[in-house]
Structure formats: structure tokens, C-alpha cells
Design a protein around this ligand. Sequence first.
Ligand SMILES: *[C@@H]1O[C@H](CO)[C@@H](O)[C@H](O)[C@H]1NC(C)=O
Ligand SMILES: *[C@@H]1O[C@H](CO)[C@@H](O)[C@H](O)[C@H]1NC(C)=O
Ligand SMILES: *[C@@H]1O[C@H](CO)[C@@H](O)[C@H](O)[C@H]1NC(C)=O
Ligand SMILES: *[C@@H]1O[C@H](CO)[C@@H](O)[C@H](O)[C@H]1NC(C)=O
Length: 351
Amino acid sequence: MTPVPIRITLLLVFCSGLCSAIQWLGLTINGSSVAWNESEHCRLLERLVPDQIQLCKRNLELMHSVVNAAKQTKMICQLTFSDMRWNCSSIESAPHFTPDLSKGTRESAFVYALASAALSHSIARACAAGDIPTCSCGATPAEVSGPSFRWGGCGDNLRYGLQMGSAFVDAPIKSSRSGTQATKFMNLHNNGVGRQILIDSLETKCKCHGVSGSCSVKTCWRGLQDLSSVANELKSKYLAATKVINRQMGTRKQLVPKELDIRPVRDSELVYVNSSPDYCTSNPKLGSYGTQDRLCNKTSLGSDSCNLMCCGRGYNAYTETIVERCQCKYYWCCYVTCKKCERIVERYVCK
Ligand SMILES: *[C@@H]1O[C@H](CO)[C@@H](O)[C@H](O)[C@H]1NC(C)=O
Ligand SMILES: *[C@@H]1O[C@H](CO)[C@@H](O)[C@H](O)[C@H]1NC(C)=O
Ligand SMILES: *[C@@H]1O[C@H](CO)[C@@H](O)[C@H](O)[C@H]1NC(C)=O
Ligand SMILES: *[C@@H]1O[C@H](CO)[C@@H](O)[C@H](O)[C@H]1NC(C)=O
């Protein structure tokens, strides 16, 4: 038996509705080879829902930022979760998703928030870099500049990034007729959390001028932190995420925490509607790959420790020989020579 029929069944069962809201992450596959200068390109890749196709046609110049955001989301999600049992590897199968990312889980909360932040980040930066004809540098802050610094340079255009980014990432959720209302509310909320963390990451960056680095005069602008910092912040939110239910509050339904406290959901917390498995053992129905053969760290006390990563099953040790450059010498002027050294390291993988 081949695994193909199973795959198709999963898609029909789980991908008929809401998972399409981050289907655009699949643009990494062919998106870079498209010039995005003709409106037919918007239809070409079958990664966009109708409302996104409209946005694409009217804003072709944004599409390179969309493809870039999809790439960044995939890469940074896996980097951020490399020390966890769920390590975001399933994001590679976009535009098709396994249950860990299609069923309203904590993990999907993180990915939606990250993808939403990534797109606004990508557009804001592209504006400042002059890559998008319809926008330019961010507005100069209202605060007056002091005697030792003045506003200058070119800030990231977060305003434009948020405006266009939210239109694009929220469109599939707003227009979707399938999926439960709770999951829709959840996805929209988490998209917003991603953007809020991005807004909070805005900081003042400066460049020094003046006599030989005296920094007597500074030029400053408002710039976003790197997406990996935003992702780390979102990872803390992921660890503290709140399980919610959709409850009637007065005349309309609203997401509220499932346990204990009767309070509205906060703008800064990630929320989910379905609990995740522990990701210890393989279970395709739940979107769990299990941690067998995963690398673990014998001395760590964190989530990558052999105890936690291997779920108490124990681990196997093996040795690996690493060849690296060493005893490097600098010769004036201008080259470096190195020797090759071998180093033996012990590695541990989960049973
Ligand atoms: C990517 O593009 C190639 C060539 O245009 C095409 O054959 C292939 O089906 C595309 N793949 C996807 C996943 O869209
Ligand atoms: C789009 O870009 C491609 C490659 O740069 C070029 O060959 C094509 O003529 C362009 N199309 C239009 C409508 O400008
Ligand atoms: C992530 O987990 C999968 C499934 O256990 C594994 O195949 C893959 O090698 C892991 N990736 C990394 C970078 O550890
Ligand atoms: C293992 O964890 C320790 C403690 O956190 C850390 O110092 C070390 O660099 C880690 N080793 C590897 C191979 O990641």
C-alpha cells in the first residue's frame, strides 16, 4: 500500500475549509519564479482564495513581499521550534496541512500569528527599501527631536504594512463559509496578536555623526526588530496560550477562556479551541510525528533535554567526527590560512 490514498483522505477531511487561510504559505514553492507583473500570475499558483486574487491583481507590486513573508514564516517557525517536540516541520507541506496546523490547535495559533506578523513586517521593510512604488518610508514620529538627535533616515512603513498585510491574511478567514465560527474567531484573533507583537517591536534606531565617532549628533528613525525576535516573543505567548470557547455574550457570540475566569480574551494572548497531543509518539490522525530519532541535549534542562524530548523513553548515543577550520593565522596583507582539525562529538537521539 502506498501512502498516497491516506494523504488524499486527510486533505478532504481536514483541508476542505479553514486551513486554506494560510494556504498562501505554499507560495514558496513556485512564487519566486513568477515575475508578478501580469494579473494572470495571481491565478497561476492556486494558492490564493478569490479575495486574495483580487488583492493580488490590484497590488501586484506587493506579491514579492508576500512570497518573501511565506519563506520567512517557514524558516523562522522551524528555527524557533527546533528545541521542541513539535518542531514546525509540517509547515513544509503548505498549501496542504496536517491536523496539527488545520484543527484550531495551539500550534496553528502560533503559525497564524507569525505569518500575519511576517507579512506586515515584509511589506513595511520593502516600503523603506524602495521596493514598492505605492509606499515609501514610514512617517516621522510626532515627538520633537532633541538637541542631540534629529529624525532622519528612512523608517519602516509599519502603517502600510499593517493595512495591506491584514487585508491579505484576514481575507480567507472572513470570506470562508466552511469551518466553525469559533475557529474563524480564533484565527482572526491570532492574526491580530501577531500584528500587535510586531507593533510592540518597533524601536528607535540611530546612527552617529560628529567628529570621529563622538556621536555628538545622531540621526534616528523608527524600525522594526528582526522577525526572529518577534517569533521568540510569540513563542512565549504560545507557551502561555489560552484555551477558549465561543460563548453567547449578550446579543452575540464571543471567545472567552474555557477555564475559570469569566473575562474577555486579551489582545495580547494567543488562543486555541482544540487541545494538542503531546507529540511524543507518531499519530498521523492527530498530526503528530513523534520524537523517535530526534536529537536531544543531555545537559540541557529545557524542552530539548533528553528527558523531555524523548518523553522518558531514553536515548541512544553515537559519536560523530566533525572537521572544522582551526589554528587560523592572519597574514599581512590580506589572507588567512587555517588547518583542518577533527573533533569527536557525542550525540544523542531519542529511542
Ligand atoms: C511549479 O511550476 C512548474 C513549472 O511551471 C509546474 O510544473 C509545477 O506544477 C508547479 N508546482 C506547483 C506546486 O505549483
Ligand atoms: C514581465 O516580466 C517578464 C520578465 O521580466 C517579461 O518578459 C515580461 O515582458 C513582463 N510583462 C509585462 C506585461 O511587463
Ligand atoms: C523535526 O521533527 C521531524 C519529525 O520528528 C524530524 O523528522 C525532523 O528531522 C525534525 N527537524 C529538526 C530540524 O530537528
Ligand atoms: C546543550 O545544552 C546546554 C545547556 O543548555 C548548552 O550549553 C549546550 O550548548 C547544548 N548543546 C548543544 C549541542 O546544543
